[in-house]
Design a protein around this ligand. Structure first.
Ligand code: G
Ligand code: G
Ligand code: MN
Ligand code: NA
Length: 254
């Protein structure tokens, strides 16, 4: 925890960084957006997964500082990538429940967007339903405020035990991100493929855009494309990488 506090105080030189993973249209693999994913390389431990240090940041009251670092780096890197590729990409940023519940959160995000010149209209806040405390009207209010300013909201990890259909009705939402674990079996199970078709119908009915996560094989990509899944993400299209690497690979391909 002390190391994380020091790293946050030092920012990039403390081993923290943000990687970007492409979000694509599955039929052609064209990049249309990126998800920002935080990374921390500890001087002795090496790479520490966010699943390990994000909870520590939450417990130690460091989540605000971590979020501030991520938002600034993500906006800056997304702008670099958009300018280098000439594409009008969107950016999604993961937000923890505690961060969202902080009364200053919407204003801080809006200030970061304004300061970095990254448009609110191309910004998506990723939340997991479980983290938007059912009783926290403040968290829900924060999402409404951000949407009034042009941002959009994605429900992350949809299809896992943490998501509830009832919340789809009450949360202000624009995207559904279908969890990795759900996509893995679509080509080997007809029932799973049918289930996916139903989830797509559900998304359509609620005017939500579906993003299938964890696409690793061409077969999965074909299955998603043939079902008309609008957006996808996964190692097949690109791993989370530093912006410089992504710029290099995207501009070399043109
Ligand atoms: O990239 P992956 O292992 O590496 O991410 C693991 C988990 O960490 C995911 O559930 C993701 O939502 C979360 N995560 C990644 N980056 C961030 C971030 O910047 N902020 C928060 N709060 N969570 C993040
Ligand atoms: O924010 P979220 O909980 O959705 O985090 C997504 C996680 O999935 C991150 O840890 C990211 O690095 C990881 N990931 C992204 N693409 C793939 C993939 O194709 N396969 C697997 N197994 N994991 C992936
Ligand atoms: Mn996510
Ligand atoms: Na997910």
């Amino acid at each position: 925890a002390r190391d994380l506090a020091a790293a946050l105080a030092a920012g990039t030189s403390g081993g923290l960084s943000v990687h970007l993973q492409p979000v694509v249209t599955p039929a052609d693999g064209e990049i249309v957006g990126v998800e920002a994913l935080v990374r921390w390389t500890h001087p002795e431990l090496g790479a520490v997964p966010p699943a390990d240090f994000v909870p520590v940041a939450e417990r130690e009251g460091l989540i605000g500082a971590l979020g501030a670092f991520v938002w600034l780096a993500a906006c800056r890197d997304a702008r670099t990538l958009s300018e280098a590729t000439g594409r009008s990409l969107f950016l999604t940023v993961n937000v923890s429940g505690l961060e969202l519940d902080d009364p200053g959160f919407p204003d801080r995000v809006l200030a970061t967007l304004a300061g970095s010149g990254w448009p609110a209209e191309r910004t998506v806040v990723e939340v997991t339903e479980s983290l938007v405390e059912a009783e926290s009207t403040r968290s829900v209010h924060a999402l409404h405020v951000l949407r009034e300013h042009g941002l959009r909201v994605a429900i992350d990890d949809f299809g896992t035990g943490y998501s509830a259909l009832s919340r789809l009705d009450t949360l202000p939402t624009d995207f559904l991100k279908l969890d990795n674990s759900f996509v893995s079996a679509i080509t080997t199970s007809t029932r799973r493929a049918r289930l996916l078709r139903s989830v797509m119908a559900l998304a359509d009915a609620l005017d939500l855009i579906l993003i299938a996560e964890g696409v690793e094989t061409p077969e999965q990509a074909r299955a998603l494309a043939s079902l008309g899944c609008p957006l996808a993400q996964g190692y097949l299209y690109g791993r989370p990488r530093p912006v410089a690497e992504l710029v290099a690979s995207l501009t070399a391909a043109d």
